[in-house]
Write a protein that binds this ligand. Sequence first.
Ligand code: AMP
Length: 209
Amino acid sequence: MRITFFGPPGSGKGTQAERISEYYGLEHISTGMLLREEIRSGSKLGVRIRKIVESGHLVSDDIVNREVIDRIERIEDYLLDGYPRNLSQAKRLDRFLEETGKPLSGAVFIQVPVEEVLKRLTGRLVCACADGTGFSSEYREGDICRICGKPFVRRSDDSSEVVRNRLDHYHNLTMHLEEYYRGRLLSVDGVGTVEQVFQRIMRALRPWA
Ligand code: AMP
């Protein structure tokens, strides 16, 4: 199975992507995570993209396309999380997949209303081991993670102005992907507990599994 997950920031996309990949044995490729790793490495590229990610804007298509295509070139089954993020990325991905004769099974769209997203993002804390994918609203800032031993902190791109930029990009660019993937799109209600949403996605994915 080769799928892509999309949904607004704060939709729980990362958490669900992690669980679904593990369940089906798919390689989980999160562009947000790849970019944060590049930033942490301190490379020249990392320095260039840091400002962009921290302001909530999108990194250039060339950089992101290269990161993803390099990774999927040699694998059969994967879940893309946060990619494609706009029409030009989606078309580039499809061109590449047509060349390899291994098209996407389809796209999963996690739907969450804007008010819910804002509430979730401004309250979200992450720790080093969750690598930015976990919602930890039950913890307070500074609490120590039992797995990695590091404190929970606010993700630098979860401040309210940056969140607004990320939501703008989502509404101006990513939402058009719903139209692009019409006919190979599964829409899932993302409101509820992690377990409830997980079960909904599992049910929706059955035809592709
Ligand atoms: P995420 O963890 O998916 O919320 O992504 C965090 C940030 O990484 C985004 O706000 C963008 O700055 C950048 N990013 C992630 N995926 C992409 C992408 N496909 N295209 C451009 N920028 C991206």
